[in-house]
Design a protein around this ligand. Sequence first.
Ligand SMILES: C[S@@+](CC[C@H](N)C(=O)[O-])C[C@H]1O[C@@H](n2cnc3c(N)ncnc32)[C@H](O)[C@@H]1O
Length: 223
Amino acid sequence: MSEMTPQRWSRTSQYLTDVFGQETPEMAAITQNAREAGLPEIAIDAVVGRLLKMLTAMTRGRLVIEVGTLGGYSAAWLEQGLADDGRLITIEIDPVHAAFAQREFERLGIADRIELREGDAAHVLAGMAEQLSPGSVDVVFLDADKQQYPRYWELVKPMIAEGGLIILDNALGSGQWWVGDDHPDRHAADRACRAIASDPDFDAVAFPLRQGVLVGRRIRIGR
Ligand SMILES: C[S@@+](CC[C@H](N)C(=O)[O-])C[C@H]1O[C@@H](n2cnc3c(N)ncnc32)[C@H](O)[C@@H]1O
């Protein structure tokens, strides 16, 4: 079997973008506006966005939680997978990112379906864990502080409905680290991946798509 060299990898990524990375001008404008506003260029891409939309649409799509809003790009993809009466709660610590995302949600006409909660995600999630009934959330998408992934997982697991999904971005890497690297973010992502993969209540797999996307589905409510 031939090896996946960096050159082949980059051709594969380019192919995925060419074939599956289409987006509307309204979606592309989020990226352009974010660039002009000086936001860091660390959002997911359109290929991962389409996956988020499709996966959300495969659930009941009534309540979705996103951890790490940035400029609202991934939130706008998740919103497209919501049911008619669905809503998305997205959490962001940086007030500049939150204000930018809120403006984009209004520009796109989706602000009435998205609630932006500003604050540290672990703190906000701990509060939500007390408010929301167990098993009431259809999709949780984690994309904030990588070193907090194991903690986020602990907090969100009880909220996820049977048939609901946990999705992690950067499951395999980021600009600074990759599988096998000795980096605290990598170690934390690895701990979260292994915890989800070995959880008897979930089925899970990670795709080597962009920086790695883990998808776990709750198959039962355990004890
Ligand atoms: C990779 S970006 C999110 C990208 C976004 N999901 C997208 O693809 O469009 C990570 C975001 O998480 C936020 N963040 C970092 N640490 C956080 C924390 N402890 N609580 C909440 N948000 C945090 C950052 O400010 C940043 O906006």
